[in-house]
Design a protein around this ligand. Sequence first.
Ligand code: KIV
Ligand code: NA
Length: 263
Amino acid sequence: EKSVSIKTLQAMKDRCEKFTTVALYDAPMAAMAQNCGVESVLVGDSLGMTVLGYDSTLPVTMEHMIYHVEAVARGNKKSHIMGDLPFMTYATPELAMHNATRIMQAGAHAVKIEGGAWLASTVSMLSERGIPVCAHLGLTPQSVNKFGGFRVQGREREQAETILADAMLLADAGADLLVLECVPAELAARITKAIPIPTIGIGAGRDTDAQVLVINDILGLTETPPKFSKNFLSEAGDIPKALKKYVADVKAGVFPEDSHIFS
Ligand code: KIV
Ligand code: NA
């Protein structure tokens, strides 16, 4: 079977077919994801919390990211692979170009960066130089100290309008994908209609073009799982069955359920 590119993912949005992303960090899990029909994998800087035991993503370094992107790329030759740029490694467009290059050379097909309008010039620079960019709006965990905790974003009208405007600006600047994290379902639905590129939701309702979950949450490894996540392993019985169920439930539009959604 052919490998998945950003063009594959865009075509899926264009024909209203949902796709599935899993944030994962190592070769065997990456291999299993590809064999279970996961179109897109993300080597997230969530690995600081899910694998390395930190309280936030702020301590994650380029070296951590490269180590895990290389492992995932060795295990998976078929899914589209995104790698996060960690905290402060894209604070200026020049830094972003330097560090995005390293993530791409480690085996990613796109980089993900957190933030709004201030990133427009970075997005166009990377995009023009051949690096696909996934933008990330809503709860952007690298800004946890500005938010005062991991909390839903875009509940107030003014902030919701800013997130929508940022989404349109970043898509115009050349972003190829957009993660929406912990925003009201209605806002995610509006953004998904307003921009041409695929939206990937986590805690963003059912109406995004795709869903992303962290592998630890899918497998019940998280002590206090977030409201938007689901342990697919407990009902499925083994890991391949859990991943296939997640993929099937996203495609069918039955995950997330009402209990996973913010309004
Ligand atoms: O780091 C990560 O895993 C992420 C996803 C939750 C979107 O950014
Ligand atoms: Na991340």
